[in-house]
Design a protein around this ligand. Structure first.
Ligand SMILES: Cc1ncc(COP(=O)(O)O)c(C=O)c1O
Length: 464
């Protein structure tokens, strides 16, 4: 596979900004594109001359950057052929993290399981399981008990919903992938919030859709811009409730007034039950009845359950289930029974867990003020993540060296397209306060090392 110079230039975005020589900034950014999977293994890179032209830089700069990547093992060269992407066989010993054994993981935004509550739910689920033994156990819509429990969750929030409006999936990500496969054709345009949930970007890119990014402002969603862009989109994907990564929540006034002209609107309500400073937001479909909603218990209970759902008209669900068999033939029955118990007992909004998230959010903000005072971050009113902004475009380089200081983070460009968000990192507050304070202290050490000119070569951690 050949990657064009213009495609590489688009992915690099604003690589010119930042300290150090240009060739070093370029090789650092190209390496991160390889490690992020945006430059696929084995892909043939543009010639030095083409890339230099596309980047409006000198051929010497590109040539030096390519040479560094060859030396580090990220590019392979052969005479009269384009350089191809590879990975080093082993990180050089001097680059191996001294703190790996105790690294604090801030790249994953997911809370730990509520142990006792899960135990009790699974004990009840096992008691109920035998009534399913007479049937084959494959169910592309999900078991009746859970479809009814999810419908009840919407009804409690004033949105009339019947079980046949619900299709159970293996998490919200699965729901999104099924919808993309069912509703999109190659080259369709998809409106996304910018920044947005990284796996949504890869899901739509894999469906060969073209992304139309609508910037979120510090105060949230721009109605006029959304409505304008939606006119040329086939599908809009929005995260209105405690948005990942910014934590923003779409105000009722915007929900009520939003008119999107695209044929399909998908809203991801994975974080709905994690309101920290007030009531949970109203279901989006209350204002836009044709919207397709995605939900999950991954953040409100536990990601390991792998239970999510789609709420849509039965005719849409019929098409989705028809498409399902090529990837999976249903969701495990015990987990569905346990999730039904948890939803029926209203365990997705536990007072203790919300209280814990509030104190972790406070601890994270306090640590940022103390150790990284130059960082700005809006206080999220719910969800589990905070979107931090540095004065300088250092995010990718910081993510690359942070593991050397015992912490892993998700760099801002993972949450956008075209190399955007180089000044941002996403920080989850799902760890205990002491660990969060320690993690931010380590991040501040990494930040200082960056100023002294340190570089890193760590593989970015997966994000969720
Ligand atoms: C907005 C959003 N949607 C979907 C998912 C995936 O959820 P699940 O674990 O239920 O697949 C996540 C996980 O981080 C998320 O933040």
């Amino acid at each position: 596979m050949k990657v064009s110079a213009h495609a590489v230039a688009r992915m690099l975005g604003t690589w010119q900004e930042g300290p150090g020589p240009a060739h070093q900034r370029l090789s650092d950014r190209l390496r991160l594109l390889v490690l992020d999977g945006r430059l696929p293994l084995g892909s043939a890179q543009p010639s030095e001359r083409d890339l230099a032209t596309a980047l409006s830089t000198s051929r010497t700069t590109v040539s030096a950057a390519y040479r560094t990547l060859v030396d580090q093992g990220y590019l392979a060269t052969r005479a009269r052929a384009r350089a191809t992407v590879r990975l080093p066989d082993d990180p050089p010993p001097e680059r191996r993290s001294t703190a790996d054994h105790a690294a604090i993981d801030l790249s994953f935004a997911a809370p730990p399981a509520p142990v006792e509550i899960l135990h009790t739910a699974f004990a009840t689920a096992l008691e109920q399981l035998p009534r399913h033994f007479e049937r084959h156990g494959y169910d592309r819509y999900g078991i009746a008990e859970l479809r009814e429990a999810v419908a009840g969750w919407y009804r409690r929030r004033s949105l009339p919903t019947a079980p046949d409006h619900i299709l159970i999936t293996n998490g919200a990500q699965h729901a999104l992938a099924l919808l993309a496969r069912t509703l999109l054709s190659p080259r369709d345009r998809v409106l996304i919030d910018h920044p947005t949930y990284p796996h949504a970007i890869s899901t739509f890119t894999e469906a060969r859709a073209r992304l139309l990014a609508v910037a979120l402002t510090p105060s949230g969603w721009d109605t006029a811009q959304l409505q304008d862009v939606a006119r040329s989109a086939q599908l809009a994907y929005l995260i209105p409730d405690f948005h990942n990564p910014t934590g923003l929540c779409m105000p009722t006034s915007i929900r009520a007034g939003l008119r999107l002209a695209c044929p399909t609107v998908v809203v991801d309500e994975t974080m709905t039950d994690l309101a920290l400073d007030g009531a949970s937001p109203e279901p989006f479909a209350l204002h836009m009845p044709t919207a397709i909603s995605i939900g999950s218990v991954s953040k409100s209970i536990w990601g390991g359950l792998r239970i999510g759902w789609i709420r849509a008209a039965p005719s849409v669900l019929e098409r989705v289930q028809h498409n399902r068999h090529t990837t999976d033939l249903g969701t495990p029955v015990v987990e569905q029974l346990a999730a039904a118990v948890l939803l029926n007992e209203h365990q997705t909004q536990r007072h203790g867990t919300l209280q814990q998230l509030r104190s972790q959010r406070d601890a994270l903000q306090k640590a940022l003020t103390e150790h990284l005072p130059e960082v700005q971050a809006l206080r999220p009113t719910g969800g589990i993540t905070l979107w931090a902004t540095f004065p300088q475009p250092i995010s990718s380089r910081l993510a690359a060296i942070a593991p050397d200081h015992g912490v892993t983070i998700a760099a801002g460009p993972r949450f956008g397209i075209g190399g955007a968000f180089e000044r941002n990192i996403r920080l989850p507050y799902t760890l205990p306060p002491g660990q969060l304070a320690e993690a931010i202290d380590r991040l501040a050490q990494a930040r200082r090392a960056l100023t002294r000119g340190a570089t890193g070569s760590h593989t970015p951690a997966p994000v969720a």
